[in-house]
Write a protein that binds this ligand. Sequence first.
Ligand SMILES: NC(=O)c1ccc[n+]([C@@H]2O[C@H](COP(=O)([O-])OP(=O)(O)OC[C@H]3O[C@@H](n4cnc5c(N)ncnc54)[C@H](OP(=O)(O)O)[C@@H]3O)[C@@H](O)[C@H]2O)c1
Length: 249
Amino acid sequence: MTTTIALITGANKGIGLATARQLGARGMTVLVGARDAARGREAADKLRAEGVDARFVPLEVTDAASIAAAAELVEREYSHLDVLVNNAGIVRADGAGLPSQTTLDTLREVYETNVFGVVAVTNALLPLLRRAPAARIVNVSSEVGSIAVMTDPQGALFALTSVPYPSSKTALNMITAMYAKELRDTPIKVNAANPGYCATDLNHHSGFRTPEEGAEVSVHLATLPADAPSGLLWGYQMDAGGGYGVLPW
Ligand SMILES: NC(=O)c1ccc[n+]([C@@H]2O[C@H](COP(=O)([O-])OP(=O)(O)OC[C@H]3O[C@@H](n4cnc5c(N)ncnc54)[C@H](OP(=O)(O)O)[C@@H]3O)[C@@H](O)[C@H]2O)c1
């Protein structure tokens, strides 16, 4: 039997850790991507104690050398990759979160991780994903990246005005759609996940969903069958009263 290999970036805590746990429970070997060795090892140890075949992989998504080393490790040890979950992400805002208060330093910092990091990691691992029988790429995005959701005057998110994080996820949505187009004649599916508002360090635990519930979305997209769609933003639908489905771009 061939082992299914999944790499999750930012998997030492929050939704990423829960995603690693759930993919591991499905029998996958999970590579716990983390930028901090102590935090990454601790997370992998915890998962192994729970019976998951987990291994820490050093991965700072803004660092080209770190990405190259992670790709080399996967190639050397496993020779292919079945699932890539681009989960690592950060939130930053200036002042009261108004566009007019946005600094380029903050914008660059957020884009380095949430946008450039995803492209760099995906491109480094794509040759290994192509070697898998039917790889899945999951880009962990957000409903705040949906222009349709954010500009709906009746929607719950209409009051939000911050530029760096929402626009980084809008860029990620487009990136997802473009990779899906490039890979449409392959068995690889590329989708963007909306975990919903989950209580994690990212939002000082203010979310109303659990990280485990958020991870369900990434796991669903990471395990799509052959006849499932590619190039969608899929997940928790707050404005539709909860439940899962396709969100508008
Ligand atoms: N929580 C929500 O409500 C929510 C909603 C929609 C989308 N999301 C998305 O879900 C994903 C996970 O977020 P979360 O809520 O689980 O947040 P979290 O608990 O803060 O976890 C973020 C993870 O990303 C890692 N990370 C950040 N920058 C990194 C970098 N440059 N290189 C490698 N790893 C990096 C963090 O590592 P360290 O521990 O070393 O900082 C951590 O493991 C993010 O993409 C976020 O935008 C979250």
